[in-house]
Design a protein around this ligand. Sequence first.
Ligand SMILES: Nc1ncnc2c1ncn2[C@@H]1O[C@H](COP(=O)(O)OP(=O)(O)OP(=O)(O)O)[C@@H](O)[C@H]1O
Length: 246
Amino acid sequence: MPDSVSEYTSPITQKAEGHELPHSAIELSDVSFQYPADSSTVVDVPCWRVAKGQQLFIDGPSGTGKSTLLNLIAGTLQPSSGTIRILGQEFSSLSSARRDRIRARHIGVVFQQFNLIPYLSVSKNIEAAAHFAGKLDSSVKPHILELFEQLRLPSKLQNQRADTLSVGQQQRVAIARAMINRPEILIVDEPTSALDAAAKDTFMQLLLSSARDCTLVFVSHDIALAEYFSHRSSIQSINRASEGLM
Ligand SMILES: Nc1ncnc2c1ncn2[C@@H]1O[C@H](COP(=O)(O)OP(=O)(O)OP(=O)(O)O)[C@@H](O)[C@H]1O
């Protein structure tokens, strides 16, 4: 059976070949999700699409399924029923190993807690992401330097252990790690909760400039951040189950 990852044509490549791109970046049809330990429905999405290149802000109160929705899009969770297509390809029915490979190559994720490996150096954390995507080659080190410059991180930080960084530095390293494989889709879950207003603004500027060529889905309950985005949705307008969770 062919490996879906090797068949997976990047939309950027398709663009270069001059083809039209009929499909959305993210497409959910009749998706529902329950956590195994609990029978209540946390996600119920009849139909939802994110167009390629769209930069979307999703807000909503705590506990309404925002993180769960992002985990379904990233493939770390699998829907109980329904279909998720990523970059035009059916994604949700693949094995978890295949979803992991597709995520590594095509989807950058910045988690709420950043999830850096604390005992590894900053550069090893970023290189690990390239390794999982099968892209750890001689271009990675110069790309890390480029990202450091873009994110205004001092290059000497590369050799420092991840658990010695400030929260602001961890956030930027998390973006660098998410961007190292030049993903088409970037998913960001509530990354600014520990920051004051000035630091939030700097973080948002850096994030948006790094992700300018990506489809971006950014989730937060901080509606003040909506001003950075051209598109905005509430979780209630996407997830029919959210009302029952509030
Ligand atoms: N691993 C889990 N097992 C069982 N229930 C869970 C699990 N993770 C989340 N839930 C439940 O699913 C619902 C949605 O949680 P989720 O974290 O997706 O909401 P959220 O909107 O991202 O919240 P927040 O803004 O506080 O991060 C909540 O009722 C939560 O208790």
